[in-house]
Design a binder for this molecule. Structure first.
Ligand SMILES: Cc1cc2nc3c(=O)[nH]c(=O)nc-3n(C[C@H](O)[C@H](O)[C@H](O)COP(=O)(O)OP(=O)(O)OC[C@H]3O[C@@H](n4cnc5c(N)ncnc54)[C@H](O)[C@@H]3O)c2cc1C
Length: 248
């Protein structure tokens, strides 16, 4: 987002009047993915003159003086702050001991995603993310977890069905400003299964114009399709019919 804002202000011809700061808790940008991801990201932010405040844990926001205030009292001034809210489990999960793990997030596991007490209740996606299984929050994780769970549900109904093994890969496509996009993917298998593995196994597929096009296609078609404005929605609108929920 910082790189895209940089792009936007450059296009408007006012970048020199604007300072952009990324303040985040990690010791380096995207440090949790290891140097394969963190090194180039740090370089891109620096070459675009974007300031980075590492190790910043937001405690509160003072709207009057327009300051973000960190847990140690450090401050970041802002005119516009774009802030990710704290991640926490939904109350209906954390307050239900039948489905919550001790940390309050949905109980689950990476073998079959069944909750411990009920073999027909599955936990996937953001609700099981960091504390329950040690994976971040991303639609791509939820997507592959759903593949495995759907195959298990089919197996329960049909009596026999080979479960789809959980695909532990995550993919990230980003617009990195200018005429470049970037796509990287990480396999979390070792990180999830071997204790003390520091990082997932990540590869960068490159940062260039082709990746920018690939990112645009990914957002415009794949994600838009998931969120309801893709081919299904357009076909429904095109036919001018009520959405009955049936597949077209
Ligand atoms: C701005 C933004 C950009 C993102 N970009 C990407 C990206 O590029 N790639 C990527 O992989 N991921 C991305 N993500 C992350 C991705 O959107 C999430 O990880 C993913 O949507 C998680 O899916 P989920 O089904 O677990 O949860 P959700 O999509 O949050 O679905 C949970 C559903 O439960 C419903 N719900 C909540 N409480 C109740 C209740 N009491 N009763 C009934 N229903 C309830 C909610 O309304 C919601 O519809 C992005 C997230 C954000 C916010």
């Amino acid at each position: 987002m910082a790189l895209m804002l940089d792009d936007y202000f450059r296009m408007k011809g006012i970048r020199r009047n604007v300072s952009i700061t990324v303040a985040h808790w990690a010791p380096r940008p995207m440090a949790m993915f290891g140097p394969v991801i963190s090194d180039p990201m740090t370089e891109w932010l620096s070459e675009r003159n974007i300031e980075v405040v590492n190790g910043f844990r937001l405690a509160r926001i003072d709207g009057g003086s327009r300051k973000l205030i960190g847990e140690s009292g450090e401050t970041v001034d802002y005119d516009l702050a774009i802030v990710a809210p704290p991640h926490r489990p939904h109350d209906f999960i954390s307050q239900n001991p039948d489905i919550a793990s001790p940390n309050g997030w949905l109980d689950s596991n990476i073998r079959d995603f069944r909750t411990s007490k009920f073999d027909d209740i599955y936990g996937i996606g953001d609700a099981i993310a960091p504390p329950s299984i040690g994976l971040g929050m991303a639609g791509v994780f939820a997507h592959f977890q759903a593949d495995t769970v759907a195959s298990l549900v089919a197996g329960d109904i049909l009596g026999s069905y080979s479960p789809v093994p959980y695909n532990t890969v995550g993919l990230c496509a980003a617009d990195t400003g200018g005429d470049a996009g970037w796509i990287a993917y990480c396999d979390f298998r070792k990180k999830l299964t071997v204790p003390n593995t520091p990082f997932p196994d990540c590869r960068s597929m490159g940062r260039n114009r082709l990746m920018k096009m690939a990112h645009a296609i990914y957002e415009k078609y794949f994600l838009a399709n998931i969120y309801g404005a893709g081919t299904h929605e357009w076909r429904r609108r095109g036919k001018g019919r009520e959405d009955t929920g049936e597949a077209l």
